[in-house]
Design a protein around this ligand. Structure first.
Ligand SMILES: *[C@@H]1O[C@H](CO)[C@@H](O)[C@H](O)[C@H]1NC(C)=O
Ligand SMILES: *[C@@H]1O[C@H](CO)[C@@H](O)[C@H](O)[C@H]1NC(C)=O
Ligand SMILES: *[C@@H]1O[C@H](CO)[C@@H](O)[C@H](O)[C@H]1NC(C)=O
Ligand SMILES: *[C@@H]1O[C@H](CO)[C@@H](O)[C@H](O)[C@H]1NC(C)=O
Ligand SMILES: CC(=O)N[C@H]1CO[C@H](CO)[C@@H](O)[C@@H]1O
Ligand SMILES: [Cu+2]
Length: 583
């Protein structure tokens, strides 16, 4: 089927269904109400940090062989206690059962090379409890037949039919399915380096509200053979996931999301960025964790809609990045760090965040530090700490080399504002809406240089599904306004003299922990960021050339992949484009 024809059909279908949806799915408007909670009323550090339930993504036979794991994870309409003094909050949560559902959802532990099959089951009600804005091109086009959802495993290398394409959504009981829907279960081959991934909702136009409602969780790929020799802190007690997000609440405990858009004539409810004043870690507002005076590994995952975290510890403690310039951690905005609490003589340490919101371009900018959580450090060293921070992690993966690029593409980020106001109405990549036919068709087994041009006021984290990328350089544009005016008219970086605008532009140092293979990178405003994107697996040096260039499945079939801005509020408003890998 021609790409253009299918895209047109989709577009027509969306418009028709949107009108129907606008009439039916008003649930967000009716529920809620009540005054906003003053976050100062919530005492800090009174809830203990939970460890989310762990689900094993593989099976072990009686003979001890590892076999594929088969999980069923549901999405449930349930409640969750975010704080001791806050009434239970209505959430949408993942869990092996309704009773077991948590926010964030269970942590899936997968074994490198052993497939995990997950049947994601939608048990959500007929309508959403958050304002999802029917004027966005959303999957809520399914109307009264339920809340559309689809799960993307962020950082996962999987066939596109298991990738959670934003148009592959489905509602409860599969009553309605999106135009790119694939039958369950999803298959995750886990044939990728060990690291930290996360799964979250990815339904078209609803991602920000579905994740805000609670649909996210951590996923680890482990590889004992490779990791054990590193001797990092390990075991359930000393190797913890910290899933961070920010929320606002009403006094009655309800999640608060503003129901009035910033530009209500165009989008009655959509706001360009969600920021909450309560910091939540593993589902608890400002929790505490009792730790021993020894090393811990923390896999810190930021699951906020738009908030950036720049974290630091009090008490003279520091983070040692173990996943930053290597491939041990997942290549996403996940910090994999070791903290040695023996380095402090204090009895407690506060983890705090000083990143401003929204996050500007200059890494020097700081906001008033805000507490995230507290560590209560036990006095006596109870047992010897034999863990270590290795000097080098897995060095046998290829270094990014721009000379191998088979093509160069330009990806321009635009933010459109309504006449005369500064308030954005929608955001596009390459001046195209999401529904326009695919234009990025990289070849499997190659790498490409992408020059990502930010023409907006924001720092946009770019996320490419399937691929990994490494940042080559970031350079500021000069006379930016002139360049942007030209681009808005012509959308042609060459004709608008990008080279001229870059000449003499300031080069920004890419911090060491940002230089490895990643799949999210913060694209600084007013700058061109050159990245090397890899459309082939990250295999170790001893892999055969065939293994090195082919994915372990047919990347060319199925609904295809996408790349997008990972500010959830932006991706919902079309800052996303399809991507088709060819052979
Ligand atoms: C999971 O299902 C596959 C067949 O799809 C089967 O081979 C495997 O043994 C199952 N795993 C477990 C742990 O039951
Ligand atoms: C909600 O958003 C509107 C429009 O941007 C704004 O005027 C209003 O103050 C916001 N309400 C709250 C409670 O933040
Ligand atoms: C936090 O997540 C938001 C949404 O994906 C993103 O905008 C931001 O880059 C992330 N920040 C960090 C430090 O991971
Ligand atoms: C913006 O202005 C142009 C002409 O100046 C007009 O044609 C257009 O309808 C306006 N758009 C909106 C959304 O007001
Ligand atoms: C190219 C361009 O227009 N860049 C904008 C990016 O964001 C900054 C603010 O951080 C603006 O000043 C720039 O105009
Ligand atoms: Cu963005």
């Amino acid at each position: 089927m021609g790409e253009r024809r299918s895209a047109c059909l989709l577009a027509v279908a969306m418009v028709l269904l949107q009108a129907a949806a606008a009439a039916v799915l008003g649930g967000g408007e009716r529920s809620g109400g009540g005054a906003l909670l003053d976050p100062r009323r919530l005492e800090k550090f009174v809830d203990e940090l939970p460890d989310m339930p762990r689900l094993r993504g593989y099976g072990v036979t009686e003979g001890g062989a590892l076999v594929a794991g088969n999980l069923t994870i549901g999405m449930y309409d349930t409640t969750w206690k975010f704080h001791r003094d806050l009434p239970a909050t209505r959430v949408f949560a993942y869990g092996a059962s309704r009773e077991a559902a948590t926010v964030p959802g269970p942590t899936i532990e997968a074994m490198r090379g052993v497939p995990t099959h997950v049947t994601w089951a939608n048990h959500l009600p007929a309508s959403h409890f958050l304002p999802w804005d029917p004027t966005l091109a959303t999957a809520a086009a399914a109307g009264a037949r339920g809340v559309p959802t689809v799960v993307h495993l962020h950082g996962g290398v999987q066939h596109s039919s298991s990738d959670g394409h934003s148009l592959a959504w489905f509602t409860a009981g599969l009553a309605a399915t999106g135009p790119r829907f694939s039958r369950p279960p999803y298959a995750y081959p886990n044939r990728q380096p060990p690291g930290n991934l996360w799964y979250h909702d990815h339904a078209m136009g609803l991602t920000r509200v579905n994740i805000l409602a609670g649909l996210m969780g951590a996923y680890r790929v482990v590889s004992p053979g490779e990791e054990a020799p590193l001797n990092l802190p390990s075991g359930e007690a000393f190797d913890r996931n910290l899933v961070l997000f920010d929320r606002d609440f009403r006094a009655d405990g309800a999640l608060f999301m503003n129901r009035t858009g910033n530009n209500p004539d165009v989008h009655p409810q959509w706001q360009p960025e969600y920021f909450g004043s309560v910091v939540v870690v593993n589902g608890k507002a400002w929790p505490y964790l009792r730790v021993r005076r020894r090393r811990y590994r923390f896999r810190i995952l930021n699951a906020s809609n738009a908030r950036f975290f720049r974290l630091s510890l009090s008490g003279g403690l520091r983070f040692v990045h173990v996943g930053s310039d290597s491939f041990l951690v997942a290549p996403s905005e996940i910090a994999d760090v070791v903290v040695d609490f023996a380095e402090s003589s204090a009895g407690a340490a506060v983890l705090s965040n000083d990143a401003p919101a929204p996050y500007p371009g200059d890494p020097g900018d700081k906001a008033e530090p805000v507490a995230v959580m507290k560590f209560l450090i036990e006095d006596a060293a109870t047992e010897p700490d034999t863990s270590a921070v290795p000097a080098s992690l897995m060095p046998h993966y290829p270094r990014p080399d721009a000379r191998e690029a088979a093509a160069t593409r330009r990806i321009t980020m635009y933010e459109y504002t309504k006449n005369g106001t500064d308030e954005p109405t929608h955001l596009y990549l390459n001046a195209r809406s999401y529904m326009e036919p695919v234009t990025e068709t990289p070849r499997e087994g190659t790498s490409e240089v992408w020059e990502v041009i930010n023409l907006t006021d924001d720092n946009h984290p770019l996320h490419v599904h399937l691929a990994l990328f490494a940042v080559l350089e970031q350079r500021s544009l000069r006379r930016v306004d002139e360049f942007r005016d030209c681009m808005v008219r012509r959308n042609d970086a060459g004709a608008c003299g990008m080279g001229r605008h870059l000449a003499g532009g300031r080069r920004h140092v890419v911090p060491p922990q940002e230089r490895g293979w990643k799949n999210v990178f913060k694209v600084r405003p007013s700058a061109v960021t050159r990245i090397l994107v890899r459309f082939k697996p990250l295999a170790s040096d001893d892999a055969s050339p065939e293994e090195d260039s082919r994915f372990p499945f047919d990347v060319t079939t199925g609904p295809g992949y996408v790349y997008h801005c990972h500010i959830l509020d932006h991706e919902d408003n079309e800052m996303m484009r399809p991507m088709k890998i060819v052979r």
